[in-house]
Unconditional design. Sequence first.
Length: 265
Amino acid sequence: MQKRFVIHHKYSSLSDKVKDTILKFEGYKDVLGAAERNVIKIVPIDGKKYTIKSFRIPNLFNKIVYRFFRKSKAERSYLYANKLIEFGINTPYPVAYEIQTTPFLFKKSYYVSELIDCDLTYRELTTDFSIPDHEEILREFTRFTYKLHENGVNFLDHSPGNTLIERKEKGYEFYLVDLNRMEFGTMDFNERIKNFSKLTIHRSMIEIMSNEYAKCSGYEEEKVFNLMWQYTREFQHAYYRKIRIKKRLFFWKEKYKNKVSDSPI
């Protein structure tokens, strides 16, 4: 097995300890989130807490793609985090990444970053409308998104769980996570508004965000709302259609799962 390890110059003194922590990844028990595909664990290194994200081993086709033709998700996460910081956009500080390969195939990758002890994520805004500063956070989040767009950052996974929110004495800090899918370059009106499509199903939230984005950008509010609501509905339709198709194609998995769970053994 070949390993390529890259660490940020700010953390070069911790190089051996970070490598050792990655090596012992399976032994750590503090798992962050659902861990359905990729596994994120909170780990102590030199008296401070960090997160290590272990990306799922890809299928055979992607093992070849990531080995020879495309940067791994861990490497992209590290590179994009550094780029965001250059733009003055918050993300958990990138520490290191490691890629494991054979001569012909990609195997595993890990991304290490600082741990952000956030107060909530954007997801809570979509489920709890009793949060006292709900609208205030939503408007500042919209201004944060406008800053992304002005810097040419198209965060393709701009979805409820991927923005951490920290309350400050004055205002809020927003941190982007799950960074491996981004595009950089000038964004037109449609691209900007479409970037909101995965965030919420609630019309009331779309009304607030479109109002605030119109204020930031100078675009006509009605035009912003209509397009934002259209893209939101289109995304929801496509999302649930995809789920229905998957259920039809992979119904046998569910049957097998039920059969195993019913087994007396």
